[in-house]
Design a protein around this ligand. Structure first.
Ligand code: FE
Length: 346
């Protein structure tokens, strides 16, 4: 037989305090932060551990896909346990801002460490690393002298030679948003028609799959985020390494506005129980040493131009980047999706 346990009632005061704390702060209490991260654990955890060591603040990490984390934040609303969101693409960060799941934070340090065109003007989110949406081309079938700009991808000389993923992908939506911002709707529509007519196959797979398709001869050029090329060159999968060695990288629009770039970034959630600690974490992530590590582990570029990129990325050469404020990518996302639809980009 089990002895029956008699519960002693908790004093009313302690129950009221517990209730008050529960109501006051659905999110973090005390020296603890909850981070929702679209970055894989291996690409962020060591930095968070270092932050914990230096500041005595425990960091709990939840990882997931960018869109899924945003949906989760929205459905949890003000009861969300999250304090900090880390995710990719300014288009998605802007979406989070518009959805009301982020709050503004002001920080002179962040303003100094992160260029103005790579963060939200009001302080809703801050870019932490830069990726370029570049071309990779078949080294044996394309003469780089033939390559020039995104605009040129609409030229009929590339008929059935271009691989690119679907229009549902935020990287492509942001690329089209940058076209809308830079050249206007009419020109973007014409460009999109030409581009879609040059697709080698219906859009499918992710950016790595486009690189593999070029290597396999299914197309001659792909439009991909630069870090995928780096990841494949360093992959433990021999087939990926082999595919990457058959292609070369090209920076579009060097004679014009510069290559389209985007960020991975972070913001404090609207539900954060302790925004000061959350801000401290973001400031830690923006420090020079953190930026360098954060960028290098994912083959990205630091947000501050004074911080050197990895040796591998340096070997790809310097290039001019589009100075467009990445907030424009978010603002023009809906228009970009509609333009891609009009052009029949699946
Ligand atoms: Fe990616």
């Amino acid at each position: 037989m089990f002895a029956r346990c008699r519960r002693t009632p908790r004093p009313l005061v302690s129950r009221l305090i517990a209730l008050a704390l529960f109501i006051a702060s659905p999110a973090t209490l005390g020296d603890e932060l909850n981070v929702y991260s679209a970055r894989q654990e291996a690409l962020i955890k060591p930095l968070l551990d270092q932050f914990s060591q230096e500041n005595g603040i425990k960091v709990n990490l939840v990882t997931g896909k960018g869109d899924a984390l945003l949906t989760r934040l929205q459905s949890e609303g003000r009861n969300s346990p999250a304090d900090v969101l880390i995710t990719t693409d300014a288009g998605r960060l802007y979406r989070a801002q518009q959805a009301g799941v982020l709050q503004t934070i002001q920080s002179e340090f962040l303003q100094q460490k992160i260029p103005a065109h790579l963060r939200s003007e009001q302080g809703y989110w801050y870019g932490l690393s830069v990726r370029a949406r570049a071309f990779v081309y078949a080294s044996d079938r394309v003469n780089p002298a033939e390559l020039s700009s995104y605009n040129d991808l609409a030229d009929s000389k590339w008929k059935r030679r271009i691989c690119i993923r679907s229009s549902s992908n935020i990287y492509n939506q942001s690329l089209v948003a940058s076209m809308l911002a830079n050249v206007g709707e009419q020109h973007t529509d014409t460009w999109l028609q030409g581009l879609v007519a040059n697709f080698a196959r219906p859009p499918q797979g992710g950016d790595r799959d486009q690189i593999k398709a070029v290597a396999a001869g299914q197309c001659d050029i792909a439009v991909v985020n630069s870090y995928y090329f780096g990841a494949m060159l360093q992959s433990s999968d021999e087939a990926e390494r082999d595919a990457a060695t058959r292609v070369s990288i090209f920076w579009p629009d060097q004679d014009d506005r510069g290559t389209h770039i985007n960020v991975s970034g972070t913001g404090v959630t609207a539900s954060a129980g302790n925004p000061q600690q959350a801000r401290a974490l973001i400031e830690f992530l923006a420090r020079d040493e953190s930026q360098r590590w954060y960028a290098q582990t994912n083959n990205e570029y630091p947000v501050h131009a004074d911080i050197p990129s990895s040796e591998l990325l340096q070997s790809w050469g310097d290039f001019k980047t589009d100075p467009l404020n990445v907030t424009e990518l978010g603002k023009r996302n809906a228009a970009a999706v509609m333009a891609m639809d009009r052009a029949g980009w699946k």
